[in-house]
Design a binder for this molecule. Structure first.
Ligand code: ADP
Ligand code: MG
Ligand code: ZN
Length: 478
């Protein structure tokens, strides 16, 4: 970005809540069912029906409010947002407008240079989702209304972010909180987390906001970052050319790496909001808030700090291990079986991460029970096996679910620590390689590595390396 300008970014994030049923009726909120099967007169907007608020939606919204240190409004109001669209059978969406359930929250991000920054949350409100228009199956547009009435919270930030990186970090943090609370699966590809990015440019040092545009349709965090970068550059160029910025909505096209304006007409929104007459204001008692407060799990930042102190880990390791609740739980189960916290972390970031990536699975699907990783680490530290053999045992654990000590026993993988057994092999190797022995004696000490390799090979990697080294030096010196 040029030095003359700075970007101003505010994000509106829709998170689909993990409730069993929809927000105003008893229909299943499950994703991926037969199109138009999860419907009833309420979510189809038939005349004469009445919505009934799902209490879980309020519970989850309060949870998110508390997790972001928001004010919980003890009285909030649903509103009708009117617009016409084929996937919206009622002709309006029930949302919240003037009085949302939560306001004035905050989320802390930490930038790559270590600097911490607080992003203010303007509001969190409850609303229902619309249906889905499907344009990519044949010539016609198909409509699936299963999603009508699926509960969402919309989390609106203040325009506090200044770079695409900050937006990326804010979104990652938001997702971490939502998944820790277990109220949203956070899957952006499947649309359970959606982000609209508002962006404007202003001269550095200016205090007034510039005219903003809104970019939609990004299906990954990286695409949000790319779309913002693109739009910042486009706006700067427009300003430099004296064209000015037109307030409009753009759609991100990830394949072409560009944002395309939506048609102007669709832009002229007039939602004619008014209070929803079929629903009472939502009143939340102190007891209700306290009940949710007591159910609040440990949050990402708290867990991160605890991991650093309790397990004496670096920030880097702790960040990795608290990326999701599943990963953190797995780690904590490993260290119930070993106090070598750093090795446990190394296994998580090494072999385990690699296996998950290779098989495209989440840690919950890993076939090795975490206690077996703890036992494996103990086998290495107790010198029963070498680190190299441990990798072999790990591979076998993936296949069999057997505990490591059983595999070591059955496959005869235990380290040879009996020095007379190793001594025989050492002598054999020295006899077989007189040339290298000469080299060593004439001062080329590095051939020791060659001898170690030969001994390890002869013992299938099972000889204790320290012992091998020691015996080799003894023999060569004599
Ligand atoms: P609206 O009611 O039109 O949706 P809001 O005031 O609720 O507008 O803002 C929507 C989002 O746009 C918020 O995330 C806010 O931070 C962001 N925003 C508002 N003005 C600007 C601006 N000039 N530049 C960048 N972002 C902005
Ligand atoms: Mg808005
Ligand atoms: Zn329904």
């Amino acid at each position: 970005m040029s030095d003359k300008y700075e970007a101003v970014i505010g994000l509106e994030v829709h998170a689909q809540l993990k409730t069993e049923t929809k927000i105003f009726c008893g229909c299943s909120a499950e994703f991926g069912n037969e199109p138009n099967s999860n419907v009833c007169p309420v979510c189809l907007g038939h005349p004469g029906v009445l919505p009934v608020l799902n209490k879980k939606v309020v519970d989850f919204s309060i949870l998110m409010g508390l997790a972001t240190q928001s004010t919980i409004n003890q009285k909030s109001i649903f509103a009708r947002k009117n617009y016409f669209y084929p996937d919206l059978p009622k002709g309006y969406q029930i949302s919240q407008f003037e009085l949302p359930i939560c306001e004035f929250g905050k989320i802390e991000i930490e930038k790559s240079n270590g600097e911490k920054k607080e992003i203010t949350i303007k509001r969190i409100h409850m609303e229902e989702d619309a249906g889905k228009s499907i344009h990519d199956q044949g010539d016609e547009t198909l409509v699936d209304v299963n999603r009508c009435g699926v509960p969402l919270i919309e989390i609106v930030s203040e325009p506090d972010m200044r770079t695409p990186e900050e937006a990326y970090l804010y979104l990652s943090k938001l997702k971490r909180i939502l998944t820790y609370l277990d109220i949203c699966d956070g899957n952006m590809e499947e649309g359970s987390l959606r982000c609209d990015a508002n962006i404007s440019i202003r001269k550095k040092g200016a205090t007034e906001l510039g005219t903003r545009t809104e970019v939609k349709n990004m299906n990954s965090f990286r695409n949000v970052e790319r779309a913002l970068q693109y739009e910042i550059e486009r706006q700067i160029e427009a300003l430099e050319n004296g064209e000015g910025i037109v307030q409009q909505t753009l759609l991100w096209n990830a394949d072409k790496n560009e944002a395309v304006p939506m048609r102007g007409k669709e832009e002229a929104h007039d939602y004619r909001y008014f209070p929803e007459p079929d629903l009472m204001p939502v009143e939340i008692s102190n007891d209700w808030i306290e009940e949710i407060q007591s159910a609040l799990p440990e949050l990402p930042n708290e867990k991160l700090n605890r991991f650093m102190t309790q397990f004496n880990l670096s920030q880097y390791d702790a960040e990795f291990l608290t990326a999701s609740r599943g990963v953190a739980d797995y780690y904590e189960n490993i260290v119930e079986n070993t106090s070598d916290y750093k090795s446990a972390s190394n296994w998580m970031m090494g072999e385990i991460a690699f296996t998950l990536k290779e098989n495209k699975i989440e840690i919950e699907k890993l076939s090795i029970p975490p206690e077996n990783i703890g036992k494996l680490i103990e086998l290495i530290n107790g010198k029963t096996i070498s680190g190299k053999i441990a990798k072999e045992v790990f591979a076998k654990m993936l296949e069999s679910r057997k505990p490591p000590e059983k595999i070591v026993e059955e496959e005869n993988l235990a380290q040879i620590t009996d020095s007379s057994a190793i001594e025989n092999v050492v002598e054999q190797v020295l006899n077989d390689n007189p040339k290298q022995v000469e080299q060593y004696k004439s001062g080329k000490e590095s051939v020791i590595g060659f001898f170690v390799g030969q001994v390890m090979r002869a013992t299938q990697g099972k000889a204790n390396p320290q012992l091998v080294n020691q015996l080799l030096r003894e023999k060569l010196q004599s």
